[in-house]
Design a protein around this ligand. Structure first.
Ligand SMILES: Nc1ncnc2c1ncn2[C@@H]1O[C@H](COP(=O)(O)OP(=O)(O)OP(=O)(O)O)[C@@H](O)[C@H]1O
Ligand SMILES: [Mg+2]
Length: 324
């Protein structure tokens, strides 16, 4: 595989990379210069509100449409110059199901195997293995139109895996699934990652990006508004704090009168000190408590969650009911 090939003894090339990727429809700029660098074997989540351009990015990287500007490489192949090389290395599960409802789950799988030019024997074997892995053996001979949403989505991913791609694109793999099916899907994605597959994921669910992704990029107004690990993103916006809780009112009073920037909760004997959550800030606070001979009974670090980050970066207000 090109992704695992060593590059003159240096780090292996990224599985997916893009520089200044642009795409417009008419006078509407959808992608306004996107850079990506996704190491092989990692999970990357592209997060953005409806219409942000997530599917557009997936379509360009998977060679379904072409960009207006910039460059992208997938599995070492330029998407514009060597689309066949890209297609041979990737699997794609689109935002909308590719399952044909009129034929059975098994027939859908065999069709994919056919597209991969597998022999009949190999096709039967791969189909049986994948259907079993995705808990679809029992439903295999029923028309796919009778499947539940979760079963269809599992079949979608099983179809994507027929050619054992090393890089897979999942455009909103869990949208519309109930919490249990969503957790099952996360398990499937984690298994793929454990096998060394690179996963490019788009999602509306911040929790999903938090659970699965090594790196997250927030797409807004055609640009990547922020990129980093979930923790890095959470530290980028204010709202984090250290909470100290006391059982001894004297200790509480001593800390409260010295830590003037802290928000007090006299009833709970608790203080909230604004903090970026860094080791340095936490240590200096704990050192100060030690030096002052003040003992807190509980020290808790609160970092803002991804919802805070997302709504801060995309400029919308955080709704009262957030996606959980
Ligand atoms: N073929 C097209 N012709 C014209 N406009 C398009 C086309 N495809 C996408 N767009 C527009 O590009 C923008 C980005 O669409 P895209 O589907 O990439 O968003 P998305 O982030 O995937 O949204 P969602 O979360 O709803 O799936 C939207 O404003 C959409 O209307
Ligand atoms: Mg989309």
């Amino acid at each position: 595989m090109p992704t695992s090939r060593r590059n003159d003894g240096h780090a292996p090339p990224p599985a997916i990379s893009a520089v200044a990727l642009r795409k417009s429809y008419g006078d509407k700029t959808v992608l306004d210069g996107i850079d990506l660098h996704i190491p092989a074997g990692s999970v990357f989540a592209l997060l953005g509100p409806n219409g942000a351009g997530k599917t557009t990015a997936v379509k360009i990287l998977t060679t379904l449409i072409s960009a207006d500007g910039g460059q992208a490489q997938v599995a070492g192949h330029d998407v514009a110059e060597h689309p066949d090389g890209v297609r041979g290395a990737i699997g794609v599960t689109g935002q909308f199901s590719a399952v044909d409802g009129l034929i059975t789950g098994e027939e859908n799988m065999l069709l994919m195997a056919d597209l991969h030019l597998m022999s009949k024997r190999e096709a039967r074997q791969v189909t049986a293995e994948l259907l079993a892995r995705f808990d679809l053996t029992e439903a295999a001979t029923k028309p796919a139109s009778t499947y539940s949403g979760g079963m269809k989505r599992r079949l979608d991913i099983a179809m994507t895996l027929v050619g054992t791609p090393r890089i897979i694109f999942l455009d909103e793999p869990t949208t519309g699934l109930d919490p249990r099916s969503r957790h099952n899907m996360w398990g499937i994605i984690r298994e793929l990652v454990a096998d060394g597959v690179t996963v490019f994921l788009t999602t509306q669910y911040l929790e999903e990006a938090d659970e699965l992704a090594d790196r997250i990029a927030v797409l807004n107004d055609g640009k990547i508004a922020a990129e980093g690990s979930a923790d890095q993103l959470k530290r980028m916006i204010p709202g984090g704090h250290v909470r100290l809780r006391f059982t001894d009112p004297t200790a509480y009073q001593a800390a409260a009168s010295a830590l003037t920037e802290a928000a007090r909760s006299d009833e709970a004997l608790a203080l909230q000190i604004p903090s970026d959550g860094s080791q340095r800030e936490l240590r200096s606070l704990l050192d100060w408590l030690d030096a002052a001979g003040i003992e807190a009974d509980e020290v808790a670090l609160h970092t803002p969650d991804l919802d805070d980050v997302f709504f801060a970066l995309t400029g919308s207000d955080k709704p009262k009911e957030t996606v959980r």
